[in-house]
Design a protein around this ligand. Sequence first.
Ligand code: NI
Length: 532
Amino acid sequence: MPQRSTVLRGIRRALTTFAAVVLVAPMSIGCATIDPDPGWRAPAWSDAPGVRSVVQVEPGEGADPAPDPEPDQAEPGFIEGRIRNDAVQLQARYVELPGVHVFNTRVSELLREAIGATGKSFEPEVFPVDAGLGDRGCVPGSLSWPAERVLASPETGPTGGSGTAVTCEIVAMFASVVAVSMRTVTGTEEAITRDARVTLYADLASGGLHEGSAQWNGDASPGLWLRAVEQLRRASGGLSAAPLAAPPEDQLALATRALETVRHLDGGGATLTIPPGLASPELAGLGIDATAGATVVEVDAETLSSWESELAAELRGRAAEPFVGLPAWNGNQGVDCGLVACVAVTYDDGPSAFTTSLLDTLLAERAPATLFMLGGAARGMPEVVRRAVAEGHELGSHTMTHPDLTRVKPEEARREVLEAGSVLSELTGLPITTFRPPYGALNDKALDAIGLPAVLWSVDTLDWKTPGTEALVQRSVGEAAVGDIILFHDTHAETVEAASAVFGGLRNRGFTPVTVTQLFGGDVPNGRVSER
Ligand code: NI
């Protein structure tokens, strides 16, 4: 389950460490490319503690947020992700934005980069029941943790504490902008070999995406570097006021990395932290080799604004504008089943009197599913059919009258399947591209005549025997493997009652629920499929 309090805590926490806001692309409020979630109200930016007067928060401090001002407000619709993989010694916490493809693609790239850097071959993994992987998304405060803690914490780090950790914080939501910082830490408890951050700014109105450097102009990196060296020169008693030589490229790169660490201070200044390795001829002349530790540089407001990009300056004033809200959740998202441990949960024989309740649960769980519907039943419940599609679930044909397709003529089998597909298409405006044969009964003649991929299953919950919700959870959550297709029927009350526990249990093991078509990367192969 997405955890609203966690998200809000993250935002509030981030507000105390990220103030001046920055940005991005030309935006027009009210642009209609994305429907905001009407239930989500922006945090009260002007009232939020620390928006204008920011004090750096130490790890461990300020962990208890004020109570949510509006406990009833809808959850912000982040899609929360978590990958744990012991084979490549990695854990990743991240968020995606519903329908914001460019943002989600960049997040996937960053995750793939982190995985690629391990040099090991990667397959999605799942873990035993109740592995605790249902708690997903960003980890508030984790951007300020020491790198060692990011690696060692079971919340963020790889099993055993050595390897790669990816974590994130939501650092700003205003106007039509969402900013998420992602941090990748690599190393062991003894030695951190990489600690990289990037802030992604998504503009929900324009669909634009910008990375952290978009907030700075070309003076920022050299200016920061000179300031840092000057500070070290003075601190070591150097009396020279002679201008410093311009930095070489590798030194400039240190300053550029430091720009990602900006922490805004009361009064408009900020601190920036330069990683170890700072060196210059002037410092060498004073007997100072490359720095072994981080160098914290404080910069006043005036200097800071002279380093700001035009765009950032232009948009700075918009930080007080209320957030337009995230698009509503929709199951029809791009999912990379090479990256996450996909499983497809399917429901047959509906729609029924229980299907609305099932859709409520799927929405609450933000879980896409595939419903193989009977044409006759669909005709009688058009609103339920349309709702399922509107919320991003997949529909497949389960025939008109539920015959055994091996016991009718091939042309009759074809008519049964395609007619139900037409009913569903007419109701939803979408093509129906797969079917499930009743009883799983199918011969090659019928399959050839029908001409669509036949979706069977690899996990049968036998829910039609009504074994009780506990058994249903055990048979699905307990039995599933990566790539499985799980069979349920939304014609049984207890199946629908079990749905919340089924999806919660699957996520706890590390699974990501997907539709059948998502499971196959957007294209279900012809013939029979029962798993990926
Ligand atoms: Ni059936």
